[in-house]
Write a protein that binds this ligand. Structure first.
Ligand code: PMP
Length: 291
């Protein structure tokens, strides 16, 4: 599975306001972001040379930093421009865009009041996986042992590195059992989200999705809710308990990376990807294309 390591790809990376060669976008081992997870990031996709919902992602990056008590030293407009320029320099049409911001090395302890805030943007080739027949088979999800945490225990609305500790643990456990990913419940035992995507279910022609009150209200999630409503499909955001999964018909997950991906199985529960999943895949695929 292992391809070329990410630190050995080609091109240029935007790094604190300048473009540097890919291999020169380095930092010291004594970096606060590495030791204390004081880092936030984004995951975006470009389609046909245009980054989908770029400004929403950049605004979320700013917000994520605020939740961690630091300020990104570049405006939303400046980061938007830097993302576009990085994409252009990489010469890619369909790509993944990864802005990241982190506390630097000036102080090395829990306190990091004087640390520089660094920002980098890397863009790499990642064509969107689109074979509708293959996709409609659905992926299989494990049920994670880890729970999405109580908002009183962590800034859960931040797309922050630290929040992904339990996602990597859950995804590794799922992969070890042959699953593609894992569904996580929250600290109250409610259905929450996957390790890097939100989740939707259908029943009797209507769509149901958990309230994002302790996890990311994904940009793809918001897009898909809008697209469903445009089709006059009823979407209910509500508390969903695990037992309810026995009665749902379809299930799909959404995320900038995952796009709209149908699910065929979650632990003991089975789903049959069908008309609504197909419609959402098609609508999302159209929505992301530049006009
Ligand atoms: N939840 C988690 C934990 C994620 O990592 C992501 C991907 N950013 C999402 C949900 C979906 O967010 P978006 O649609 O904004 O990519």
């Amino acid at each position: 599975m292992a391809g070329v390591p990410f630190d050995q790809l080609d091109g240029q990376i935007w790094y604190n306001g300048e473009f540097v060669d890919w291999g020169d976008a380095t930092m010291h081992v004594l970096t606060h972001g590495l030791h204390y997870a004081s880092a936030v990031f984004e995951g975006e996709r470009a389609y046909g040379g245009k980054i989908f919902e770029l400004t929403k992602h950049t605004e979320r990056l700013h917000k994520s930093a605020e939740y961690l008590g630091f300020e990104i030293p570049y405006s939303v407009e400046a980061i938007d421009e830097a993302c576009k320029e990085t994409l252009k320099r990489q010469g890619l049409q369909n790509a993944y865009v990864r802005p990241v911001a982190w506390r630097g090395s000036e102080m090395m302890g829990v306190s990091a009041q004087n640390n520089r805030i660094n920002v980098a943007i890397a863009v790499w080739d990642w064509p969107s996986y689109f074979d509708p027949d293959q996709k409609m088979k659905g992926i299989r999800l494990d049920i994670a042992d880890w729970k999405r945490p109580d908002p009183a225990t962590i800034p859960c609305k931040s797309k922050a590195a630290g929040l992904y500790m339990i996602c990597t643990l859950s995804k590794h456990a799922a992969e070890a059992k042959g699953y593609a990913d894992a569904l996580m419940f929250d600290y109250r035992g409610r259905v929450a989200e996957c390790t890097g995507a939100n989740i939707f279910f259908t029943k009797d022609g209507e769509i149901h999705t958990p309230n994002p009150d302790c996890f990311l209200d994904g940009i793809t999630r918001q897009t898909v809710i809008g697209l469903a409503k445009k089709r006059q499909l009823k979407v209910t955001e509500r508390i969903i308990m695990p037992e309810e999964m026995a009665d749902f018909e379809e299930c799909f997950i959404t995320g900038s990376a995952a796009e709209v991906t149908p699910v065929s199985e979650i632990g003991p529960y089975n789903f049959a990807p069908s008309a609504i999943s197909k419609a959402m895949i098609e609508d999302y695929d159209k929505a992301v294309q530049p006009n």
